[in-house]
Design a protein around this ligand. Structure first.
Ligand SMILES: [Zn+2]
Length: 411
């Protein structure tokens, strides 16, 4: 990409004359008449501007296009300024433009220059700007509602076109870690409804990264089977993880074996989400048939609540060491208690979690030991729950939606 040369504005004379029959001068009548006028006005305006710029190009010694056959970029003559029609989707509606065609004086071949003037790829009928707007709209609300809102304001784009835009824009979106943001994040998954697969049969996996100024951004998204590998989400970010001058601290509330595949490739410190532990413990206690709010139940839950409560901003390393030692001792006692009582599910749950509970404090990485992905999942579900989806369809709409809410995508 070079520097765009400054060129002076080109003035387009645009006079319009229309004949419209109206029965009344009330507001709805005028709006309705204008909407009838709009396609013609838009087409005429596009046509005039394109011809104006076409004439300007033809007056230049060196054109900003070249002959596709011989590469000549200086000698052309007009073939026609109003040739074969082509359809373009503006964000109001489809318009039909008569194409501008030039003839290469060197080799005699003809070519259309309309899309070059529009800054569009050959043969494309929907400009990127239109696609992005439609995609964002379809990611914010259902396709049916999108089309309905459009229609109310005189916008004639159907549901299928909105759906297709979401698919195209979503498929092209990529997410990875940003080396200029924090070397910290979270990985989490949630069930997602896919047509033809029993209830919540697929898992949406998300990798989020913390931003320096606070807040989160999305650094990886995938939809796959439960307990599937997380490698795919990290694949594009492995090089970035190496760029950080500190190990990457990953907060998760799931089984950490899902990250086995990454070992040896990059240094990732795992921190279990401490906020979740007392809640997940209630579930395993239930599996062990421990009565809710019984003396034993209260003892285990209360102990875990205290063990998992980390006082932030403790700055003295000795204090931190003593604090962790005390918490670890207390955790061991709780595990022993559960073992003696025969709470086997609870024992194995806590044994699995204990290795990754104090990573952040031990490494003196202040701050977050609780999850922020919950809200993000609610944002996803608000859209995904109102339609039926294929895996690809759900993934693409989720990408566009999250890119808008978390990564600065806009149209
Ligand atoms: Zn040529």
């Amino acid at each position: 990409m070079g520097v765009t040369p400054q060129r002076k504005d080109i003035t387009i004379e645009f006079e319009c004359q229309f004949r419209v029959d109206l029965q009344s001068s009330d507001f709805p009548s005028i709006m309705k008449a204008f909407l009838m006028l709009l396609p013609q006005l838009l087409e005429d305006f596009f046509q005039k501007v394109l011809v104006g710029f076409g004439e300007y190009e033809m007056g230049l010694k060196k054109k900003s296009f070249a002959c596709r056959c011989c590469g000549n970029d200086t000698e052309f003559v007009w073939k026609t300024r109003h040739g074969k029609a082509t359809n373009i989707l503006t964000w109001f509606r489809w318009i039909r433009l008569k194409q501008l065609q030039v003839l290469c004086k060197r080799c005699g071949s003809k070519q259309y220059i309309t899309r070059m003037l529009l800054g569009m790829e050959p043969k494309k009928r929907v400009p990127n700007e239109t696609r992005r707007k439609l995609a964002l709209m379809g990611a914010l609300t259902s396709y049916r509602v999108s089309a309905k809102i459009g229609k109310m304001f005189g916008w004639a784009v159907d549901k299928m076109t909105i759906w297709k835009s979401v698919q195209q824009i979503g498929a092209k979106m990529d997410f990875f870690l940003d080396e200029n943001e924090e070397p910290r994040g979270e990985a989490d998954g949630t069930g997602i409804g896919i047509t033809g697969i029993p209830k919540r049969g697929k898992e949406l996996k998300v990798l989020v990264q913390y931003k320096k100024g606070g807040g989160i951004r999305v650094a990886g998204i995938d939809i796959g089977n439960y307990n599937g590998s997380w490698e795919k989400l990290f694949q594009k970010s492995l090089e970035v993880i190496k760029e950080f001058n500190r190990p990457f601290l990953l907060l998760t509330d799931g089984d950490t074996s899902i990250f086995e595949s990454l070992k040896g490739k990059v240094t990732i410190l795992i921190q279990r989400c401490l906020w979740h532990i007392p809640y997940q413990a209630q579930y395993v206690l239930w599996k062990d048939a421990v009565k809710r709010k019984s003396e034993e139940w209260l003892h285990v839950v209360a102990e875990l609540m205290e063990i998992c409560a980390i006082r932030p901003l403790v700055d003295c390393p000795d204090t931190i060491q003593a604090m962790i030692a005390s918490k670890k001792g207390r955790l061991e006692k709780t595990i022993t208690f559960c073992r003696e009582k025969g709470f086997t599910h609870t024992v194995s749950y806590l044994e699995n979690a204990r290795g990754d509970m104090f990573t952040a404090v031990e490494n003196r990485l202040e701050g977050k030991t609780t999850s922020r992905v919950e809200r993000l999942f609610r944002t996803v579900n608000m859209r995904v729950n109102v339609s039926k989806w294929s895996t690809e369809g759900a993934l693409n709409v989720t990408k566009v939606r999250l890119a808008y809410y978390y990564n600065g995508f806009d149209a």
